[in-house]
Design a protein around this ligand. Sequence first.
Ligand SMILES: *[C@@H]1O[C@H](CO)[C@@H](O)[C@H](O)[C@H]1NC(C)=O
Ligand SMILES: [Zn+2]
Length: 398
Amino acid sequence: MRLLSHLPAFFLLLHLPLSLAYTPLSDHSLTHLAPSLSIHTSSLVPDHDFDPVHGALLAPILRPRVPGTEGHARVQEHFAAFVRAHLHPSWRVEWHNTTATTPATGSEPVPFRNLILRRDPPWRTPAQAGGPGKGEGHVARLTLAAHYDSLYRPEGFVGAVDSAVPCALLLYVARAVDAALTRKWEGRTVEDAALEDEDEVDKGVQILLLDGEEAWVKWTDEDSLYGSRALAEAWENTAYEPGSRFSTPLEAISLFVLLDLLGAPQPTIPSYFPKTHWAYRSLGSVEARLRKLGLLETKPRTPFLADSAKESVQFQGYVLDDHIPFMKRGVDVLHVIPTPFPAVWHTMQDDGEHLDLPTIRDWARIMTGFVAEWMDLEGYLPEPETGPTSGTGEKDEL
Ligand SMILES: *[C@@H]1O[C@H](CO)[C@@H](O)[C@H](O)[C@H]1NC(C)=O
Ligand SMILES: [Zn+2]
């Protein structure tokens, strides 16, 4: 990443507002939001997800993973195995593979491989959509992204906050909302959907595990963002069927939420973009409500998302990161990255030992709440006391 401080012309781009319902969760749902985290209120209890040595989500990512190396391939396998073991079979798993040369590796092309995990409503997936123009081009997707590659130098760098933890958080969130999405969507058809408010857009969710974010020698427009530049360009040039609500997968991104440099204590996340300050405030209100209910472990001097107290923000500069190729093309962005950066940034100290687990678990709770609200999951979240079956009496699929 690199901090930049001028206002670029593409901020003047306008696009059509969508009608997106956003339903705040009840206190009751917030309480039961993240069942696998609810017991972790003491550092004596091992964390099955985020422990740097044993945590099933995080530990396999905490290794050097320079594109094209063995460690890189192992992390890809971890993601694929996670999806098979923990996500509903209706998630679509797609690799976006490209190659590029870098200033560090000469003429030998380096492979860059983005992983896209996508879950759309079943009545919009090709098998059930019922004809041309009724399918995936009608779904507005909340898009959650983080990069999984690690820096080429220093050798042995594992990039815990940069960005192993953000990747683990995205896996966590996908798993945490998955059963509720199944409950919400099961049994509904394209006809049911059509009977509802026509202005209401169908919502999906996708997770982008991006490759090649890091510069190999020195940050330039060419030596950085290898995976996200290729993906944004490919999606801009992929046309949906005629008659679709959106013309390309790029246009179908309702909000691009990029997580980076998370996992260090006392983060302060500014609201970078006036245009998406409303989304920042939604995230901040989840944090504030969880704190008020005593459901977060950290007790920071200021909230992680302190700018949500402000009605509006001025543009003050931003960080160059994987959102840039998307933002340039008109996509709305919420960048969840602290300024200042954690002290360990791009040093050998950015490792498992320097992580703050209560902060990571609080991020997992906050992000899960935000996604659950965005996807309108009130009434569908599981309750831990009754196991995976919800208290509503609906049958559980998983
Ligand atoms: C793309 O990369 C993934 C991960 O390395 C690999 O499993 C897949 O086979 C590749 N796909 C193609 C078409 O090369
Ligand atoms: Zn980095």
